[in-house]
Design a protein around this ligand. Sequence first.
Ligand code: COA
Length: 140
Amino acid sequence: MDTTESLTIRPFRADDHAAVIALWRACGLVVPHNDPDADLDRAAGRPNSDVLVGVTPDGRVAASVMVGHDGHRGWLYYVAAEARGRGHGRAMVAAGEEWLRVRKIPKAQLMIRETNTPVRDFYAGLGWNAVPRIVMERWL
Ligand SMILES: CC(C)(COP(=O)(O)OP(=O)(O)OC[C@H]1O[C@@H](n2cnc3c(N)ncnc32)[C@H](O)[C@@H]1OP(=O)(O)O)[C@@H](O)C(=O)NCCC(=O)NCCS
């Protein structure tokens, strides 16, 4: 467990469910083609993935990161901070990176929606590089 600027970061627990979904909605991370409940259930507490939450001293879920790896690369999703500019986003990204480091995953990646490009500067400030790749997808 890690504490930063009055935020305690710990793995998701079942009783966080509603608060995490509300946070994701408030932060504009829920889109019609993703079911956030299913996303949460699939990732939280799994051998290769988890959802980390940042909790305020009064017990409120105020930040999150979904982190996981596919055996090769690590991925971050659902990076969210309810209150902006308090270092919470930075702390969640660092917690996700550490989760991967502990599992000996050498590189972390994340995707930014085209509609959310301003957030690119946030990641760049944390030492992340934008790389020229084409992401291909297929719904299964
Ligand atoms: C992106 C987000 C997580 C940042 O959280 P935050 O708690 O406000 O960020 P922090 O306070 O940790 O900021 C860390 C640094 O990034 C900078 N920063 C934060 N948001 C930024 C932005 N949108 N653009 C540029 N820089 C930004 C801060 O100024 C700070 O810089 P400093 O250390 O030099 O002062 C938050 O704005 C958020 O939840 N956004 C909505 C959800 C989202 O878009 N998530 C990303 C999905 S890819």
